[in-house]
Design a protein around this ligand. Structure first.
Ligand SMILES: [Zn+2]
Length: 415
C-alpha cells in the first residue's frame, strides 16, 4: 500500500485525499486536497462550481495525535460567493466552520471536559482552557437534542453562581428526564422570561409544575407565562434557609467571643463553621469533635444546630406521608417562633409563608434525591468552568455534562 493511501485510511478524514506528509520532531503535517470539486458555503451548505479565488494562505487544523506526535492537517482552500453570505472560504467536511480543529479532535475535547479537570484536560490535548470553552460551545450548538424543550411537564428552575462576584446562570431542568434543558446568564425574572419566550405559549401552557427557590423573581416570571402551573419550592432551598440562619447565629456568637479577652476561645469557634453547616454524616473526625464540644457547651449555638437538623430530617427520607410532612413542618415553624433565636424566628416566618409550595413539591415528588444529585453535579461543573472567559462557555460545559446530548469518543460508533 502506498503511504498516502495508508494515511487516508488511518486518518479517517471525510472527503479528502492525502497529498503530502512531513514528519518533524514532534509534529506530523499532512497536506490534503478536498475530493469534491464543488465549493460549499460553510454557513448554509450552498454549493457552487464557480470559484471566487484561492485563499492566499494555507488553512490548518489540529487532529488527534499520531502516536506522540501532534498531527496537523493542511489544505489550500478556495473561496466562493454565496448569494446569502457573500464571499466565504469554502467549508470542509471534517471540521466545523471557523474551527481550527477536526470533528474528531473536538469530540475528544468535549467528552473529556465532562470528565476531567482543567489542568488534566489542557495537558492531555495541549490547548488552553479558553479554547476548550470555544470547542464546548461549538459541540453543544451542533449536538444538543433539538427536541429538548418539547414535552416539558415538570420543570425545575434554579440559579447557580458562576465566578465569584455576582455572576449567575439560570438553569431549567426537566424533572422527568433529569436533564438540564435550558440556561442563560442572569438570575432575575427577565432571565427566566427568556426561557418561556423560547418555549412559546403552547409549550408553556402544558407545564404542570415549576419548582424553584423562595425568591420572588422566578415566581413572577412563571406566574405570568405559565399561570396554570403549580409553584413548588424545593426542600433543598428550604433547608438552605435554615442553614443560613444557623450561620448567622454562629457568626453573631463568634463576634461576641472575639470581644472576650481569651482569643483562643474565639479561634476554636471559627473552625466550627463546617462542623455546624455540613450534614453530620459528612463530617471529618476533627469536625465531629468540634461538634461534640459545641453540644457539651449547649446554649444558643447548639439549639440552632438542632433546629437546622430537625428541618433537614423532615425532608431527608421518603418514609413520611404528605400529611406527616405537613404536620412536622408546622410543628417546626411553631417551635422556632418560640426559640429566641432571631435568625430562626425569621426563617420560620419565611417557611410558613411558603408552606403550600413546599408541600406541593413533596406531593408531586419534585423533591427527590435525583434533583439534589443533579444540583450537586451542576455546581461541580460550574466550579470547573470558573476559568472560562464567558458565561456562554460555562453554560456550554453545563449542557455538555448535564444536558440532553450524547457524547462519543471519535473511535466509538465508527462504521
Ligand atoms: Zn451561505
Amino acid at each position: 500500500m502506498r503511504v498516502t493511501t495508508a494515511l487516508n485510511r488511518l486518518l479517517q478524514l471525510e472527503g479528502v485525499n492525502v497529498r503530502e506528509v512531513e514528519i518533524g520532531d514532534d509534529v506530523v503535517v499532512v497536506t490534503v486536497a478536498l475530493r469534491r470539486r464543488k465549493l460549499a458555503c460553510p454557513e448554509c451548505g450552498h454549493t457552487s462550481r464557480a470559484r471566487y479565488d484561492t485563499r492566499p494562505v494555507v488553512s490548518s487544523w489540529r487532529h488527534l495525535r499520531l502516536g506522540a506526535h501532534r498531527l496537523v492537517i493542511r489544505a489550500w482552500l478556495r473561496r466562493l460567493r454565496c448569494p446569502d453570505h457573500g464571499v466565504r472560504v469554502e467549508g470542509v467536511p471534517f471540521a466545523r466552520p471557523g474551527s481550527r480543529f477536526t470533528f474528531d479532535f473536538e469530540a475528544l475535547v468535549a467528552w473529556s471536559a465532562t470528565k476531567m479537570d482543567k489542568t488534566a484536560l489542557c495537558s492531555l490535548v495541549s490547548i488552553d482552557w479558553d479554547t476548550v470553552g470555544r470547542i464546548c460551545e461549538r459541540v453543544v450548538a451542533d449536538e444538543l437534542d433539538p427536541a429538548r424543550l418539547d414535552g416539558l411537564f415538570n420543570v425545575g428552575v434554579d440559579e447557580v453562581s458562576w465566578k465569584k462576584h455576582h455572576n449567575y446562570l439560570t438553569l431549567a431542568v426537566n424533572h422527568d428526564s433529569g436533564k438540564v434543558v435550558w440556561g442563560a446568564e442572569g438570575k432575575n425574572a427577565k432571565t427566566l422570561d427568556g426561557f418561556f419566550d423560547e418555549l412559546g405559549d403552547a409549550r408553556s401552557g402544558q407545564i404542570e409544575a415549576v419548582s424553584m427557590d423562595m425568591g420572588l423573581a422566578f415566581r413572577k416570571s412563571a406566574g405570568e407565562h405559565a399561570p396554570q402551573a403549580t409553584i413548588c419550592f424545593d426542600p433543598f432551598h428550604v433547608v438552605a434557609v435554615a442553614t443560613a440562619a444557623l450561620n448567622t447565629v454562629r457568626r453573631d456568637i463568634w463576634q461576641q467571643l472575639r470581644a472576650l479577652p481569651d482569643p483562643d476561645f474565639a479561634a476554636k469557634f471559627k473552625g466550627a463553621r463546617w462542623a455546624l453547616l455540613k450534614n453530620p454524616t459528612d463530617l471529618t473526625d476533627r469536625q465531629a469533635v468540634t461538634l461534640k464540644a459545641i453540644k457539651a457547651n449547649g446554649g444558643a449555638m447548639w439549639r440552632a444546630y438542632q433546629r437546622k437538623e430537625e428541618l433537614r430530617a423532615i425532608f431527608a427520607g421518603n418514609d413520611l406521608t404528605d400529611d406527616e410532612v405537613a404536620q412536622l413542618l408546622d410543628r417546626w415553624c411553631s417551635r422556632v417562633q418560640r426559640s429566641r433565636l432571631g435568625p430562626f424566628v425569621k426563617a420560620g416566618r419565611t417557611i410558613r409563608a411558603h408552606r403550600d409550595g413546599i408541600l406541593a413539591a413533596i406531593r408531586l415528588g419534585l423533591s427527590n434525591g435525583r434533583v439534589e444529585g443533579l444540583n450537586r453535579r451542576v455546581r461541580l461543573i460550574v466550579r470547573r468552568a470558573f476559568g472560562f472567559y464567558s458565561a456562554k462557555a460555562a453554560l456550554a460545559l453545563v449542557m455538555l455534562s448535564c444536558g440532553p446530548i450524547k457524547l462519543t469518543l471519535p473511535w466509538q460508533n465508527r462504521t
